[in-house]
Write a new protein. Structure first.
Length: 311
């Protein structure tokens, strides 16, 4: 399914259900509008578990700073000048909080801050008088925004499975050319070779070999082929790049034995791709420490690997 259609269906449905639930519950601590703000903030904080944490932590920080501002303002006396000072100082501290990694999502801080101030100004009376009431306002916004962040995460998971529905188990590529396989890779390693290093710019590269006939390409005519190893232009492997956007799509084997995926640069869902099972082409002369993550380390491919017969 198309991503935008999936987002529309999932967030529309979940948003409707959440609204029905919040109205039915009628709790002053479950505010559907604050849930929606946090839900959106989840997506533009990058999504996934990391985006959820970053967004929620920043909301809470913003909420705390707004509560401090409102308490200070009621203590000093409400006037335009005092309001300006209280907001100015707390916003300054709030944004400096971004120096702490956990609180670095500045827009999400502001959503928490603004939502707290808004609820206090427009509906604060329902939460009680004085400092206690202001804290209750902050708690209500915090509870709602945490729910919103969690809803964001859940909706993203559902959208992800809708988008991938009907697709092959492994699929990569760009908007113009796709590669896919339902078969498992026949070899899956962390490559320490210099060619991979030069091409990807990564110290080591996660590389998966598929049998040639297993990895299907949607539009081979749209690929520019360049030697994978610039120092050995007659070698068997060719790096295939999309003619439209230049994205690397796969390594193809002139002898038609294998096709190679580099999941994190060739458009695969890298988080879902099985981890490499061993280290290949490591040499002590590389000048960095031999990997000690428990996976076998070889100076070439794993000894038991046998190349499939060419097609
Ligand atoms: Zn390599
Ligand atoms: Zn492309």
């Amino acid at each position: 399914m198309d991503l935008i259609v999936a987002l529309a269906i999932v967030i529309g449905t979940m948003g409707g259900l959440a609204t029905w639930g919040a109205v039915t519950l009628a709790s002053p601590y479950v505010l559907i509008w604050a849930i929606f703000i946090a839900w959106a903030s989840f997506y533009h904080s990058g999504g996934k578990m990391a985006g959820m944490k970053a967004s929620i932590m920043a909301h809470i920080w913003g909420i705390i700073m707004a509560v401090v501002a409102l308490i200070a303002l009621t203590l000093f006396g409400v006037s335009a000048v005092n309001a300006g000072i209280c907001v100015g100082v707390t916003v300054l501290i709030m944004i400096l909080g971004a120096k702490v990694g956990l609180l670095s999502a500045i827009p999400a801080q502001v959503y928490g801050y603004a939502a707290t101030a808004g609820l206090f100004l427009l509906g604060g009376a329902a939460y009680g008088e004085g400092t206690g009431g202001i804290i209750q306002v902050g708690v209500a916004v915090a509870v709602s925004m945490i729910i919103g962040g969690i809803f964001g995460y859940i909706s993203e998971q559902i959208v992800g499975s809708l988008v991938n529905m009907g697709k092959a188990k492994y699929h990569g590529g760009c908007a113009h050319v796709t590669v896919s396989s339902n078969a498992e890779p026949i070899d899956n390693h962390e490559c320490h070779c210099n060619v991979c290093k030069n091409v990807t710019g990564q110290l080591t590269t996660h590389v998966a070999f598929f049998k040639y006939e297993d990895l299907k390409c949607s539009n081979e005519g749209n690929l520019n082929r360049v030697p994978f190893n610039a120092d050995n232009p007659d070698g068997p492997l060719e790096l295939c790049l999309c003619k439209d956007c230049g994205a690397p799509i796969m390594l193809d084997d002139k002898q038609k034995r294998i096709r190679v995926a580099v999941p994190n640069v060739m458009g695969y869902d890298d988080a879902a791709f099985p981890a490499a099972t061993y280290h290949a082409f490591y040499e002590a002369s590389k000048g960095y420490k031999r990997p000690d993550d428990g996976r076998p380390v070889y100076e070439g491919l794993r000894p038991e690997f046998t190349w499939p017969r060419g097609a």
